[in-house]
Write a protein that binds this ligand. Sequence first.
Ligand SMILES: Nc1nc2c(ncn2[C@@H]2O[C@H](COP(=O)(O)OP(=O)(O)OP(=O)(O)O)[C@@H](O)[C@H]2O)c(=O)[nH]1
Ligand SMILES: [Mg+2]
Length: 200
Amino acid sequence: MFDTISGRLGEVFARLRSKGSLNEADVDSSLSEAKLVLLEADVNLAVVKSLLARVRHRAVGTEVSSSLTPGQQVIKIIHEELITTLGRQAAPLARGSKSPDVILISGLQGSGKTTSAAKIAAHLSSRGRHPMLVAADLQRPAAVDQLQQLGDRIGVPVYSDKKHGPERLARMSVKEARRSGRDVVVNLPCAGRSSAWRAV
Ligand SMILES: Nc1nc2c(ncn2[C@@H]2O[C@H](COP(=O)(O)OP(=O)(O)OP(=O)(O)O)[C@@H](O)[C@H]2O)c(=O)[nH]1
Ligand SMILES: [Mg+2]
């Protein structure tokens, strides 16, 4: 997601970079394009509004640096405000005292649990961890297949067994992770009230 956002924002602001002088209309037209890019990437509307309001306030304000053109100045402001919005410090995932770490994902129906589980697993793989996805949503038909397809796409093993309920599956998945050398288990039970909560 960040690659897409940065590529598209880069295109929007590349047009400003070359300008020797900027008027409010230049800034406003770039910011409204930036707003679309951010909203299409699912950034929260309140976050987008506040970020762009701060950028606009500073960009049409008084900050002038002799070493930068106005276009470059706006890009510098956006860069700084993006850092402020995202946070200056990365917060790594906390590691448990014993392996594997277990991440349990719950949330309302259709809120993006399965997709997020695959994204987390892909991210962890890219950081050198060895995740395993657990398909413990045994109620919705095709839920296991959906996760299996995502797992295949990102090269992460998916553990499931339709013979057992979510709680048993959660326990078994931890054993299987230890046996197969996976150091993070991303478990997706069916619902917040699932008994798999108790098993981890
Ligand atoms: N735009 C957008 N769509 C998303 C995002 N995450 C998931 N989706 C889509 O939302 C729909 C539901 O996502 P899932 O990951 O299946 O949601 P879920 O919570 O696992 O759904 P259930 O298992 O049915 O409760 C799918 O069509 C996804 O492609 C996201 O970050 N942005
Ligand atoms: Mg799901």
